[in-house]
Design a protein around this ligand. Structure first.
Ligand SMILES: [Zn+2]
Length: 456
């Protein structure tokens, strides 16, 4: 396994208090074994050395909510509110093939790596064929990223095509097969960067109460967590009030025991104060997706209120169909600015809180606190080097603010996951980037042709 020493870095460890220092980090067998000030006492000749002069060394970013293959659907449907937009997104299932999922997800992974992401939570929800989830998992595994693959379920809903409505038994069988398949790979390779979750996709607009009960039972039995889209738009809250007589989606989900420390709720835009208290009391994490919320006109999530109440908030891009991009630095900046303008208070959220959401908060949300999210001895070496010696980042007066407000994805120089270098000097090590792009373009043409030939 690799032995690596990074020197002359401006280290932002993201361990509790805001702190930065010039120093070095040593990586052995995939773990950080040393992160200290100044130069290392000694280096051995079998260590690979990276001189990080002009760079920040920080934890790799955690994208806590995305749909990777949706890079194929960038800017296809725009200017639509959530429910009409979802109808089109779900309609893709009638044309979607496993090969589209593989090519799109691989391009999504490449874009993630190039923007400094080392962990993704892939919220999967269109499964017209068992190969769709399998091929997405294969793309993620081959990319080298750490990931939580949340294979979610739908069994109802007017806008959901029949081909993706599943019985619990059918869906659970496929999830068991996915996990067993990955276990085999794990045994072959000796290591796995993949974990699994399940969940209702967008309760309750595409899940029956019966399915919710079955999902909780299955998740507990298998010891896996839950990912769900929760209270994304006002229309979903109105639906839960009309159909289920409940005052909010979180209140509704509480009846099924779905909020909890193993659950991540994406969006949480429309919550009452009582629901924020439920999230805190149950230890439920939230993925805030500011660019997607703005693009779909959903509203502004009560991020400041959740943070003040003690809710763990992570950040996500959401899929490229409602964001257009997987640029995580753009997401951090949007998260900061959106709260400032919403509260009309420039001091309402500080940059370190945003960085925490993007790193340690994301790791905690995905049950990976002991694995990644900070730079410290004992954790996996999921690290990035970010150039801060450019015209748009110099001079560095406040490194935390400048990581959130000045840095761009294109400043990410090096990406390391579990000690493996996935990108160095912006060159991918496992892929020919141009080839991944060309394959995704071919998949896009095929998917669009198949969509065009469907009856309305
Ligand atoms: Zn989503």
């Amino acid at each position: 396994m690799s032995q690596l020493v990074v020197t002359n870095a401006l280290i932002v460890p993201m361990t509790e208090k805001p702190r930065s220092f010039t120093g070095h980090a040593r990586i052995r067998d995939g773990f950080v074994v040393e992160a200290g000030e100044g130069a290392p006492k000694e280096t051995t000749k079998d260590e690979q050395k990276i001189d990080a002069t002009g760079c920040v060394l920080m934890p790799g970013l955690v994208n806590a909510h995305t749909h990777l293959y949706q890079v194929l659907l960038r800017a296809v449907w725009e200017d639509l509110p959530l429910l009409p937009w979802l109808k089109r997104i779900y309609g893709v299932a009638r044309a979607l093939r496993p090969e589209h999922l593989y090519a799109g997800s691989l391009l999504g992974c490449v874009e993630a790596i190039k923007s400094g992401v080392t962990t993704v939570c892939e919220h999967n929800f269109l499964n017209p064929h068992p190969g769709c989830a399998k091929e997405t998992v294969r793309a993620i595994r081959e990319s080298g990223l750490r990931a939580v693959f949340a294979r979610t379920i739908m069994d109802s809903g007017e806008v959901v095509p029949e081909c993706v409505k599943e019985s619990p038994e059918q869906a659970f069988r496929q999830i068991d097969e996915l996990i067993a398949g990955e276990r085999k790979n794990w045994e072959l390779q000796g290591t796995s960067r993949l974990a699994f979750r399940t969940g209702p996709n967008t309760p309750p607009i595409n899940t029956t109460p019966e399915l919710l009960g079955e999902i909780v039972r299955f998740a507990r039995d298998r010891g896996i967590g839950i990912s769900a889209h929760v209270a994304e738009s006002r229309s979903v809250v109105e639906y839960v009030r009309e159909r289920h007589r409940k005052d909010g989606v979180v209140v509704f989900l509480q009846d099924f025991g779905i909020p909890g420390p193993e659950s991540i709720f994406a969006h949480c835009v429309h919550l009452s104060a009582a629901e924020i208290a439920i999230l805190e009391a149950t230890g439920t994490s939230v993925s805030h997706n500011p660019v997607s919320n703005m693009m779909l006109g959903d509203g502004v999530a009560p991020v400041v209120e959740m943070l003040r109440a003690g809710v763990n908030v992570a950040l996500g891009t959401d899929g490229a169909a409602s964001n257009h991009s997987q640029d995580f630095f753009e997401t951090m900046k949007a998260a900061s600015l959106l709260q400032k303008v919403h509260h009309q208070d420039a001091g309402i959220i500080d940059p370190y809180s945003v960085l925490t959401m993007a790193t340690a908060g994301g790791a905690r949300a995905l049950g990976l606190s002991s694995v990644c999210g900070t730079v410290e001895a004992g954790k996996r070496a999921d690290l990035i080097l970010v150039r801060v010696d450019t015209a748009h980042t110099q001079p560095v007066n406040d490194v935390f603010s400048q990581l959130v407000h000045c840095v761009k994805a294109s400043d990410v120089d090096t990406v390391i996951v579990g000690g493996e270098v996935l990108m160095r000097n912006r060159r991918l090590t496992k892929f020919e980037e141009r080839q991944v792009i060309e394959e995704a373009k071919k998949a896009n043409v095929d998917l669009m042709q198949r969509l065009g030939s469907l009856s309305p």
